[in-house]
Unconditional design. Structure first.
Length: 529
């Protein structure tokens, strides 16, 4: 009987596929547990649980698909599923934020991947429906991807629906070095270990291409040793090609210049002027050989355009050759910089900054790093971030963002920020006319038209909503627009109307009734009093 619960050679072969995958190898033990669980269930030794998995995804690379493919092989081998096909539910949706779980029943693929962050609207209303479908479709396995800011959020909502937990870690420099070693060892290529650190210190997507090219070069020339010169040439080849592609992009006629994109944003006139002055200041100082710090602090209420401006800054810095990257924009929450074990937070901050080198790192709600306890993980995150801001002052633009008073407290409590943040920009709330322009812009983008009297209703609503304590500015408008589309679609279907692109006064009035203003949440991490 004991032998039945041992893993066979084929199991081990499948599990070993994880060894070549950065960020996921730690899930081998979970897969071993799943295999044992399958065998116990087949022998009626257990009658609880299910095969569904919640995967906490901390990586910006597409590692989830690699991990799920290995899981699919196990489930297919033991007859849990009919095939190894994988369906990402949000990719077959017409409305990205909708959540029609009943579509699962007509999907042929056996593995259904659901991103908890992308499928949030009507989520709680659909849970009972999801449970019913799960009971009916025993030959499908659901993978819930948890990519939310707060770790454990998906687990709290979906815990009872999934018996197993997996994680995908961020790819560190050590992971990249190990990836190189594994690949070179696989093809019996010798190398000096000390040479790999500098070689592997590039974005992972680029490293994979570099390694493939180098292996092809060695095999085609019948070489069995990779010297430092070959590693350097391989790295330089991709650096030059990246620069060339960047240059080609600049010479290609774009639909819209980035500065035009900035000017087309609704409102924000003072901020546009400030950005022009900031850009002129940076360009002049760079010409003089005195490159200033590029780090910024954005203050203001939610939905006032902070993220939009930050994205545009990255593009402008690329076009004006201020930063070496390709306008990369990495957005995180302040809490994402804090890890759960001693010594891990500093590494997490370093890796996050590294991922955005050459572009913009946007840290929303940065004030969440404030802790009432000295020596906390939050203090470690702040100390490391301040050091990284200094070490990479000419290579990256780090933008701290959040509510005005909370951000003032963060800077005041940590004087190191003050000397490193070159520019502080306050984002005012939109007025009702600007909010109307945002709504009309959303309609134009999606080819909707609003009928007579809509503007009057919208202006009156925006004027009233603006006085609410927790008004969300642009976010409120986008939320109202989504609700209006929802009401419009229901009316069109029920009345069999042909005017499928028209949003009426009634649609907007019904949508207004369903919009709820969220309470302001200022979260602190750690053990606060």
């Amino acid at each position: 009987m004991v032998r039945e619960y041992l893993l066979d050679a084929e199991d081990e072969k499948i599990l070993n596929e994880l060894d070549d995958l950065c960020g996921v190898v730690q899930n081998k033990e979970v897969l071993r547990e799943i295999i044992l669980y399958i065998k116990l269930r087949k022998n009626n030794e257990v009658d609880f649980g299910n095969y569904n998995i919640i995967v906490r995804n901390n990586s910006s690379y597409n590692l989830l698909n690699d991990l799920v493919k290995v899981c699919a092989k196990i489930f297919k081998k033991y007859g849990v599923t009919d095939n190894e096909k994988i369906c990402y539910l949000d990719k077959i949706m017409n409305i990205r934020r909708d959540c029609p779980f009943d579509k699962i029943s007509v999907i042929e693929d056996s593995i259904i991947v659901i991103n908890d962050k992308k499928l949030r609207i009507n989520y709680s209303d659909e849970l009972d429906n999801l449970k019913r479908i799960m009971n009916q479709l025993k030959n499908k396995v659901l993978i819930f991807e948890d990519s939310n800011y707060a770790e454990g959020e998906a687990d709290a909502e979906l815990g009872e629906l999934a018996s197993f937990r997996m994680t995908i870690d961020r790819i560190s420099l050590d992971d990249k070095i190990m990836y190189c070693k594994n690949k070179f060892d696989e093809y019996n290529l010798k190398y000096k270990k000390q040479d790999l650190k500098e070689y592997a210190d590039v974005p992972f997507w680029k490293l994979k291409n570099m390694v493939i090219k180098l292996i092809i070069e060695c095999k085609s020339k019948n070489l069995d040793f990779i010297d430092k010169h070959m590693l350097t040439n391989s790295k330089e080849f991709y650096s030059k090609n990246s620069t060339k592609r960047k240059s080609e992009r600049k010479n290609t006629k774009k639909e819209k210049n980035t500065k035009e994109e900035l000017n087309d944003l609704v409102g924000l006139e003072d901020i546009k002027k400030q950005m022009g002055k900031i850009l002129n200041y940076i360009k002049l100082n760079k010409e003089r050989g005195q490159m200033p710090s590029l780090h910024m602090c954005f203050t203001g209420n939610p939905g006032t355009g902070k993220t939009s401006i930050a994205r545009i800054i990255g593009k402008i810095f690329e076009e004006e050759n201020i930063l070496s990257g390709s306008g990369d924009f990495v957005e995180i929450h302040g809490r994402d910089l804090v890890d759960k074990f001693v010594g891990w937070t500093a590494k997490k901050v370093q890796e996050t900054v590294e991922s955005a080198i050459g572009g913009v790192l946007f840290i929303d709600e940065a004030y969440s790093l404030v802790s009432d306890r000295r020596g906390s993980f939050e203090d470690e995150a702040i100390a490391t971030l301040i050091k990284e801001m200094e070490d990479h002052r000419n290579e990256i633009c780090i933008i701290l963002a959040g509510y005005t008073e909370e951000m003032k407290n963060l800077i005041k409590l940590n004087p190191g920020f003050e000397s490193r943040i070159q520019f502080t920009i306050n984002f005012p709330d939109y007025n009702e006319e600007e909010l109307l322009e945002i709504f009309k812009g959303l309609c134009k983008k999606e080819k909707y038209k609003i009928t007579e009297n809509c503007e009057e209703v919208l202006l009156e609503n925006f004027k009233r909503a603006k006085n609410e304590e927790n008004f969300g500015n642009g976010r409120y408008v986008r939320n109202l627009f989504e609700k209006a589309k929802f009401e419009q679609a229901d009316r069109i279907v029920q009345t069999n109307s042909k005017a499928i692109n028209s949003i009426t006064k009634n649609d907007i009035e019904n949508a207004i009734k369903t919009v709820v203003l969220k309470k302001k949440e200022v979260t602190k991490i750690g053990f606060c009093a």
